[in-house]
Design a protein around this ligand. Structure first.
Ligand SMILES: [Zn+2]
Length: 270
């Protein structure tokens, strides 16, 4: 068996592991940031939806009050005309017009009441939300119950958290950028070598890594595959000790003697 090929692939895994180790310094920050950003976007959408409702109500109120004023003006002028009416027919016709305008005013007032009621209802919901918050019953609070000021506070808290986490991540990235760049370069070089010398093993390696596995090549640890802890049959131990490899029957990883990883690590200092 050609042991050089397996050494080449172990070296590839070794470099991959080093990159992964550096990436783990980011402590899940990228995922944390995107979760916070989602929460923030949701809060902003809520605030904007409420702002829109308030603006719509304001516009509608202005329009209705304008209509009411117009109607009142008309009524006033119809009443003036009535005093000069020459006969009953003219007088009655004006009365009908006044009646029409009065109905219009009543319609507008109903709509104004609807707006007030909607606003009152929204305020009541928020008061209920405030009570629930005071009692720590957060899971019972609906979106509408969240008080305006709490939403605003939530938005600024989330923005601040996103900012801090981003700064933390950036400083880690800056600190490790050079090392990662060097490792990626080594990785590319190693891949080029493996592609030439051990294409079939590389295909297996890539296939394993294309799934959820981070480590395709693992050490034999206490006579088991250290990837999944399944025992490696005794009759394969000799082969592994001699520097060969075994494909784990349980997880499919390539299992090698830990000495090979030590050798791969030693290459770093060369
Ligand atoms: Zn395994």
């Amino acid at each position: 068996m050609d042991h050089t090929k397996i050494n080449l692939i172990v070296r590839l895994q070794h470099i991959d592991n080093q990159i992964e180790e550096i990436m783990s310094l980011q402590k899940g920050l990228p995922e944390e940031i995107s979760a916070l950003e989602e929460d923030l976007a949701f809060t902003i959408r809520q605030i904007e939806a409420r702002k829109k409702i308030t603006e719509d109500h304001l516009k509608l109120r202005e329009r209705l009050n304008g209509l009411i004023n117009d109607c009142k003006e008309k009524i006033k002028s119809f009443k003036d005309k009535q005093t000069q009416a020459r006969n009953n027919k003219e007088y009655d016709a004006l009365s009908k017009q006044i009646e029409y305008e009065e109905k219009e005013i009543a319609q507008c007032e109903i709509q104004l009441q609807d707006i007030s009621q909607a606003e009152h209802h929204a305020t009541e919901l928020q008061n209920k939300g405030r009570e629930l918050i005071a009692e720590n019953r957060y899971d019972e609070i609906s979106e509408e119950m969240m008080p305006d000021d709490v939403l605003q506070q939530q938005m600024s808290d989330l923005s601040e958290q996103v900012k801090l986490k981003k700064e933390e991540l950036e400083s880690i990235e800056v600190e490790t950028a050079e090392e990662v760049a060097q490792l990626r370069e080594s990785l590319d070089k190693q891949r080029a070598v493996v592609t030439k010398e051990a294409k079939r093993l590389l295909d297996k390696y890539d296939h394993l890594k294309s799934g959820t596995l981070q480590n395709a090549v693992v050490k034999l640890d206490r006579q088991a595959c250290s990837g999944c802890n399944t025992r490696v049959p005794t009759n394969r131990h000799t082969l592994i000790v001699q520097g060969g490899f075994y494909v784990c029957e349980s997880c499919g990883r390539i299992v090698v003697h830990e000495r090979l990883f030590d050798e791969a690590a030693n290459e770093d200092s060369k």
